[in-house]
Design a protein around this ligand. Structure first.
Ligand SMILES: NC(=O)c1ccc[n+]([C@@H]2O[C@H](COP(=O)([O-])OP(=O)(O)OC[C@H]3O[C@@H](n4cnc5c(N)ncnc54)[C@H](OP(=O)(O)O)[C@@H]3O)[C@@H](O)[C@H]2O)c1
Length: 303
């Protein structure tokens, strides 16, 4: 791809899209961000970094078509039902709408960001099965496409309610059980590498992770980063009985589906250094972690 070609990034005011847009920009590429509100702080920050804005809404196909004009490569991501804004059916609709538009507008390459649990058969969780449906649809179209399947984000561990201000951390894994995770920064960088090299990656499905982490690893790394003891334990059985959503996710970890299927050594060979848990805690995750250590909001929610 030549340097003058432009990339369109959906969800650019969010975690994934923001990281992809900035990684493309850091590679000297032209980037257009699809935003709902150009006056939002996050949209203005993108514009200040030299990223142009296309105003639209994923429920408005005409706005998607307009944003695609003159675009060589597209990064597609949608929100999902656990965030509370859309249903699983709407996620599928939006994912298909982007793919349809990319095909109709003559875009060369579409990168769809799916999820680590997708594409391996029904999971019983709507926001994973929605991604399997979008993947299948993207593959059915006559457009060059790459599917990336990110593992759980390290950033997700710092949502409120996991116990950090109280000197403990509760999450999905048993102490010895491992789960692959990815930093949003690595996700952005790898997807950007894929977008600028369509001939190398089109047709591939790539599972993405930065590191494989056990509960004990979390205890050790969080204790070192906090400078005080942080004890790790899995979500309590009582909580899992009360919360079918967390319970099903924990089951999917036990069966291996959520544990992650990325070939991390191969990813390192292909895309270079990947961020370890410790590096993330001392780098891109440092401020988030420090905030989570003192945030008492909803502290008992997931205990
Ligand atoms: N968390 C994890 O560990 C994990 C792991 C793998 C996959 N995933 C998947 O990642 C996806 C979410 O990605 P994310 O965390 O990057 O999302 P995010 O940070 O919540 O950002 C969502 C983005 O989508 C935009 N958006 C939402 N509705 C829109 C609409 N109707 N029209 C245009 N733009 C719209 C938002 O724009 P505004 O600024 O206007 O709101 C924002 O830029 C979900 O599908 C989730 O299942 C998550």
């Amino acid at each position: 791809m030549d340097q003058s070609e432009q990339f369109l990034v959906f969800g650019a005011t969010g975690q994934q899209g923001g990281a992809v847009a900035r990684a493309l920009k850091a590679k000297g590429r032209k980037v257009r961000a699809f935003v709902r509100d150009p006056e939002s702080g996050k949209a203005k920050a993108l514009a200040a970094e030299g990223i142009s804005l296309a105003i639209g809404d994923l429920f408005d196909p005409a706005s998607i078509d307009r944003a695609m004009a003159g675009i060589a490569g597209v990064f597609s991501v949608q929100t999902s039902s656990p965030a509370g804004e859309i249903t699983d059916e709407q996620e599928v609709w939006q994912g298909k709408a982007i793919a349809d538009s990319a095909l109709q507008q003559g875009v060369r390459h579409l990168v769809y960001s799916s999820g680590g649990a997708a594409g391996k058969g029904p999971t019983g969780m709507g926001h994973f099965d929605s991604k399997s449906q979008i993947e299948a649809y993207v593959r059915s179209l006559s457009i060059m496409s790459t599917i990336t399947r990110p593992a759980s984000f390290m950033e997700m561990m710092l949502l409120p309610g996991m116990g950090l201000p109280l000197g403990e951390f509760t999450f999905f894994m048993r102490p010895e059980q491992s789960m692959q995770m990815i930093t949003v920064y690595d996700l952005g960088r790898i997807n950007a590498e894929i977008l600028v090299a369509p001939d190398q990656y089109a047709g591939k499905t790539i599972e993405l992770a930065s590191a494989s982490v056990t509960g004990k690893d979390l205890q050790r790394a969080f204790t070192a980063a906090a400078g005080r003891a942080i004890a790790y334990r899995r979500f309590s059985d009582d909580l899992l009985v009360q919360n079918p959503f967390l319970s099903r996710l924990t089951e999917l970890l036990d069966t291996g589906l959520l544990a992650g299927a990325a070939d991390i050594p191969a990813l390192k060979r292909e895309f270079g250094h990947l961020t370890s848990l410790e590096e993330w805690l001392g780098g891109h995750g440092k401020l988030l972690f420090e905030a989570a250590l003192v945030d008492n909001k909803a502290e008992v929610a997931l205990r």
